[in-house]
Design a binder for this molecule. Structure first.
Ligand code: ASC
Length: 150
């Protein structure tokens, strides 16, 4: 095989694999909806556990808060890939797709805020944790106000 042919086959193969991956991940819109809702459920659970500490409803334990903040930070990167074209539904408002740049900006704001919460958790300073938690919660609420059905 000529080198050029080898390269073009290789490129076509790579494109097929990457496109195939996007489709293979969610075979039906309901799969994407279930995926993003599941991520938000687990994320909210860990975020809520930190919230209980912040509100004084649970004792402050640095290791616990650090673990939960790490879960939140990791999961914060995941839901967005499950809001692709054709996956409208669940509690998602249509604006997610019609004003996707705004949704993306809101998702990035949230990811930054929870990364800051993760840093604060590692510092072990409860006052910084409280501040970072408040800022992160505001990004959750902001996105819900604009993009989540009530
Ligand atoms: C939570 C949770 C949210 C946010 C939001 C903050 O604990 O489940 O969705 O905080 O209520 O305003």
């Amino acid at each position: 095989m000529k080198l050029q042919k080898v390269i073009s086959f290789g490129l076509a193969g790579a494109l097929t694999v990457s496109a195939g991956f996007a489709f293979a991940q969610f075979q039906k819109p309901e799969d994407a909806i279930k995926y993003r809702q599941s991520v938000f459920t687990v994320l909210a659970n860990s975020f809520g556990k930190i919230g209980a500490v912040v509100k004084g409803e649970a004792p402050y334990n640095k290791d616990e808060v650090t673990k939960n903040a790490a879960v939140v930070a990791t999961l914060s990167t995941l839901p967005w890939q499950a809001f692709g074209q054709g996956t409208e539904g669940g509690k998602a408002q249509a604006d997610i797709w019609s004003d996707n740049a705004k949704f993306k900006a809101a998702s990035e704001k949230m990811q930054l805020a929870v990364a800051n919460l993760n840093t604060a958790a590692q510092s072990g300073d409860l006052e910084s944790i409280k501040k970072a938690f408040g800022a992160a919660g505001a990004t959750c609420k902001g996105c819900h106000d604009d993009f989540k059905k009530k």
